[in-house]
Design a protein around this ligand. Structure first.
Ligand SMILES: NC(=O)c1ccc[n+]([C@@H]2O[C@H](COP(=O)([O-])OP(=O)(O)OC[C@H]3O[C@@H](n4cnc5c(N)ncnc54)[C@H](OP(=O)(O)O)[C@@H]3O)[C@@H](O)[C@H]2O)c1
Length: 312
C-alpha cells in the first residue's frame, strides 16, 4: 500500500499529540474521489477533537487524521463517479466522522465537493468551506436573514464571523459585530456597519431590536443576547442547542446549527468569491508539518479569520 505524509493523533491530548508522519494513502471507494490536498484550514473543532472534548458525541478510531477543510486537485475517482475527473480543482468540508485533510491525500464523497473558486489560491480556497458553510446555514437556512434586517454577529473577526459579516452584508442586512478594538477598522472594511468592543461595552446596553443574533460564544454571551432581539426574532447558535425556555420567555426563536457538507452552497460561495464579494481572511499560512504551531495559535481564541496549512 502506498504511503503519504499526514498529521495524525494516536491518543487525545495537547498539541504535542499531533504527529507529522507516514500514513497509508486512502483509496477512493464507490462514489468517492481521491483528492491531492494542496491546503487544509484549521478550525476550533480540530483541537476540540484532538483534546478529547467531543468524546461520546463523536468517537474515532486511532490513529486519526484531523482537519475538515480542504482545497486540492482530483487525483482519481472511485466506481460510479461521473461528476469529477482527474485534474479538477475542488474544495470541501468533508465528512467529520472520518479521516480529515491534514494530509497529502484524502478520500471524499463526490457529493461533498465543490468547484474551487477560480480566482483564489488553494490556501485562500481552503479557508472557506467549513466556516462559510456554517455562516450560510446559520444566517440563511436557520435564521432566514433578509435584506433590511439587523443582525448581531458575535466574534465577528473570527473564522465564522468574517464570513458571516460578508454574507449578511451581501444579503443587504445591517451588520453589528462584536470584537476587540484592534479589529474594528478591519471589520468596517469587511462590511460591518457597527462594531462593539466587548472588553469595554456590554453589547446589551447599546444594541436593541435586532432580528437575528449569531451566537458563536455560548455561555454568558448567549445568556445576555436574548434581550437584544425584537419579538419574533431568532437567536441561532453554532455551539449546541439554545434553551427553549429562554427563547419562549423572550418571545423569540432559538435554533442550533451544526454545519453539514453542501455542494450547492459551496458552488454559491465560489461564485461570490469569484465575483469579488467574498474574501477569505487569512491570518497565517504554515506548512503541514507545523500543525502543532497552528493549533497553539488557534487555541488563543483570537485568530483573525483563518489559519491555513499549506500541503503542496
Ligand atoms: N456548529 C458548527 O457547525 C460550528 C462550525 C464552526 C465553528 N463552530 C464553533 O464556533 C466557535 C467559533 O468558531 P470560529 O472558527 O469563528 O472561531 P475562531 O476563529 O477561533 O474565533 C476567534 C475570534 O473570536 C473573537 N473573540 C474571542 N472572545 C470574544 C468575545 N468574548 N466576544 C467576541 N468575540 C470574541 C476573537 O476576536 P478578538 O481577537 O477581537 O477578541 C477572534 O477573532 C468555536 O467554538 C467553534 O468550535 C461551530
Amino acid at each position: 500500500m502506498a504511503n503519504m505524509k499526514a498529521v495524525r493523533i494516536h491518543a487525545y491530548g495537547g498539541p504535542e499529540v499531533l504527529k507529522y508522519e507516514d500514513a497509508p494513502r486512502p483509496e477512493p471507494a464507490a462514489g468517492e474521489v481521491l483528492v491531492r490536498v494542496h491546503a487544509a484550514a484549521i478550525n476550533p473543532v480540530d483541537w476540540k477533537i484532538r483534546a478529547g472534548y467531543l468524546k461520546g458525541f463523536m468517537d474515532y478510531q486511532m490513529p486519526l487524521i484531523l482537519g475538515w477543510d480542504l482545497s486540492g486537485v482530483v487525483e482519481s475517482t472511485g466506481a460510479g463517479v461521473t461528476d469529477w475527473k482527474k485534474g479538477d480543482a475542488v474544495y470541501a468540508r468533508p465528512d467529520i466522522r472520518r479521516d480529515g485533510s491534514y494530509a497529502e491525500y484524502i478520500a471524499v464523497k463526490g457529493s461533498e465537493l465543490g468547484h474551487k473558486p477560480k480566482s483564489l489560491s488553494h490556501v485562500q480556497a481552503a479557508a472557506i468551506p467549513l466556516a462559510a458553510l456554517t455562516a450560510w446555514q446559520a444566517l440563511f437556512d436557520a435564521a432566514g436573514l433578509q435584506a433590511g434586517q439587523k443582525v448581531l454577529i458575535h466574534a465577528a473577526a473570527g473564522g465564522v464571523g468574517t464570513f458571516a459579516v460578508q454574507l449578511a452584508r451581501w444579503k443587504g442586512a445591517h451588520v453589528i459585530g462584536t470584537a476587540s478594538a484592534r479589529n474594528h477598522a478591519f471589520l468596517k472594511e469587511l462590511g460591518a456597519d457597527e462594531t462593539i468592543d466587548y472588553n469595554l461595552v456590554k453589547f446589551e446596553d447599546v444594541v436593541r431590536n435586532v432580528d437575528v443574533v449569531l451566537d458563536t460564544m455560548a455561555g454568558e454571551t448567549r445568556d445576555r443576547s436574548w434581550q437584544v432581539l425584537k419579538k419574533g426574532g431568532v437567536l441561532v447558535t453554532i455551539l449546541g442547542q439554545p434553551s427553549q425556555e429562554d427563547a419562549a420567555r423572550h418571545g423569540v426563536r432559538g435554533v442550533g446549527v451544526f454545519v453539514q457538507p453542501n455542494q450547492g452552497q459551496l458552488e454559491e460561495l465560489a461564485k461570490l468569491a469569484d465575483a469579488g464579494k467574498l474574501h477569505p481572511v487569512i491570518e497565517a499560512e504554515l506548512p503541514l508539518a507545523a500543525a502543532v504551531r497552528a493549533h497553539e495559535m488557534n487555541q488563543t481564541l483570537h485568530t483573525r479569520g483563518k489559519i491555513v496549512l499549506r500541503v503542496v
